[in-house]
Design a protein around this ligand. Structure first.
Ligand code: GLC
Ligand code: CA
Length: 553
């Protein structure tokens, strides 16, 4: 069994971190919703995979207007997920299994049910209570238009008008996401103090770190200058200008301040940035005295295209090297279409808008084949990697969900033009023959599971050496055994000759040679012992098939 080495201060540089979406992992009390006790019961599945840490998406009290990313109380557990005692038990059990625990910190916005936002609503314009948020008078006749032209990430204006206590139409408040998620004003020292307490609260409960939600939006440009454009995916300049709500210089002071708090605790506690920025901007967040890691969303956003993948790997490593941070890699999370389905499209479908039951469905076999290849490639890259629950089962996106069960606010806010993220949040299948495939003792799960989910269940894959689950376990074990995370990556241009060369990725990482064939034809495999193949039939007669990856020593 693995044990946590408290002296391994650099554990995060090489870690594989497994994301749990608590609502959909495992339900212990039969109400159809996952919970903390359910996670604790299933921890051995995560430990057996061979990962280093678990990141828990929010489990805090919340009206669930944005899947818990609308936090009503930062220092409590939502009764639907259990109690603080359940949380402590989860941390203890995880630590005993050699798994570290990272929790989600949501500092850009809270819920409109947060006590301090309610206090702001009850207080007068210009009051200290309102100053903790971004309240402003409207423009236009009688203040009936929003203070600025900013757009919400979920569609519609980023401002909502309130009714004052006396019943009159009042001020507006800023919410970059749902109206249920008012943005904090980080220029206000009380907001900072509030979050210091929250950090200490969870650090005292022995968490190993925080994944920091939309950390690049916390500080807004002074005066909130005009920005009429919607923002999707990795943030890019428009007309030479960066959006005034993202990546402002002031965020770095906050991160440095937090880093000092974390460093004052025993062991190494880490910060991981969620910031949809290009690699060279993301790297500034992981300078030595700021956060430890940042998600590599440039990598996650790539199509199945060798040239672009090669360029982004090179660029990501270079950008992080300038600041001495490890590069991270990620293919799936709770905000994007699962990669087993994403790679099952040939590019003709607008994936941004999501997929509904009447849309063209992804090619399942191709998607899974490419997903396994993409994972074999990702886990061969030096640094740290993030996995999202269910990807180790090759789980497809729920692309045939009926629209009337959707919960993601994006669907309503976009006027039913963007389907949203429910398809990657469907409860996991654990056992093929049980009610709710072993997720819950109730068949009424909070999002319905597709009828064919049983075929992906953990118990079906457990002892099948060719299953996706077995493949993930092997890849994670080999990654560790061959010291991949700490190795240097060098491209092997000469390894593959011929017309397909551009569409084949070949590189060495330490003692391992990796060949990824993204071309349409088979290519010759260099000599050596094949230690990992993305498919059982990846190599036939010395030739590596299309959409397959091998590791060779
Ligand atoms: C992050 C979360 C996403 C959430 C948003 C607003 O992007 O990952 O799920 O909707 O922040 O909190
Ligand atoms: Ca439950």
């Amino acid at each position: 069994m693995r044990v946590i080495d408290p002296n391994h201060s650099e554990w995060w540089r090489t870690a594989v971190i497994y994301q749990v979406y608590p609502r959909s992992f495992a339900d212990s009390n039969g109400d159809g919703t996952g919970d903390l006790a359910g996670i604790t019961r299933r921890l051995s599945h995560i430990a057996d995979l061979g990962v280093d840490a678990v990141w828990l998406s929010p489990f805090y009290p919340s009206p669930q207007l944005d899947g818990g990313y609308d936090v009503a109380d930062y220092r409590e557990v939502d009764p639907m997920y259990g109690t603080l005692a359940d949380f402590d038990e989860l941390v203890d059990q995880a630590h005993a299994l050699g798994l570290r625990i990272i929790v989600d910190l949501v500092p850009n916005h809270c819920s409109w049910e947060h006590a301090l936002f309610k206090a702001a609503l009850a207080a007068a314009p210009g009051s200290p209570e309102r100053a903790r948020f971004h309240f402003a008078d409207g423009t236009g006749p009688a203040g009936s238009l929003p203070p600025t032209d900013w757009q919400s990430m979920f569609g519609g204006p980023a401002w909502t008008r309130i009714t004052e206590e006396d019943g009159s139409p009042g001020q507006w408040y800023l919410h970059l996401f749902d109206p249920g998620q008012p943005d904090w004003n980080w220029n206000n020292p009380q907001v900072q103090a509030e979050f210091d307490q929250t950090l200490r609260f969870w650090l005292d409960r022995e968490v190993d770190g925080f994944r920091v939600d939309v950390c690049d939006a916390m500080v807004k440009a002074p005066g909130l200058p005009s920005w009429p454009y919607p923002v999707h995916g990795v943030v890019e300049p428009i007309d030479g200008r960066m959006p005034p709500m993202w990546d402002q210089e002031g965020i770095h002071d906050i991160f440095r301040h937090w880093r000092r708090i974390l460093d004052s605790y025993e062991g190494t506690r880490i910060l991981c940035a969620e910031a949809w920025l290009p690699p060279e901007r993301t790297a500034r967040i992981v300078r030595g005295d700021e956060m430890h890691q940042a998600f590599n969303f440039a990598y996650l956003s790539l199509p199945w295209d060798a040239t672009r993948i090669r360029a982004t790997i090179t660029e990501s490593i270079a950008a992080n090297q300038t600041v001495g941070a490890p590069t991270t890699w990620v293919l799936s999370n709770h905000d994007v279409m699962r990669h087993a389905s994403r790679f099952g499209y040939d590019g003709s479908v607008d994936l941004e808008a999501g997929v509904g039951v009447d849309d063209p469905q992804p090619n399942r076999d191709l998607g899974l084949r490419r997903a396994r290849a993409a994972t074999a490639l990702m886990l061969a890259l030096p640094g740290s990697a993030y996995l999202y629950q269910g990807e180790e089962l090759g789980l497809p996106e729920g692309t045939a969900l009926p629209d009337d069960v959707r919960q993601d606010p994006v669907w309503e806010r976009s006027g039913h033009t963007i389907r949203g993220r429910d398809g990657c949040r469907i409860p996991l299948p654990w056992s093929a023959d049980d009610v709710a495939f072993g997720f819950s003792s109730s068949a009424e799960t909070w999002l319905p599971q597709p009828a064919d989910f049983g075929g992906y269940a953990v118990d079906v894959q457990q002892s099948d050496p060719d299953s996706t689950l077995s493949f993930y376990r092997s890849a994670l074990e080999l990654r560790w055994r061959h010291s991949v995370p700490r190795a240097e990556l060098s491209w092997e241009v000469a390894a593959i000759a011929g017309a397909a060369a551009d569409d084949v990725l070949a590189f060495r990482v330490g003692t391992v040679t990796v060949i990824a064939n993204l071309s349409a034809s088979s290519v010759e495999v260099p000599t050596g012992e094949i230690i990992l193949r993305s498919e059982p039939d990846a190599v036939i007669g010395g030739m590596l098939a299309p959409d397959a990856v091998v590791w060779i020593v």
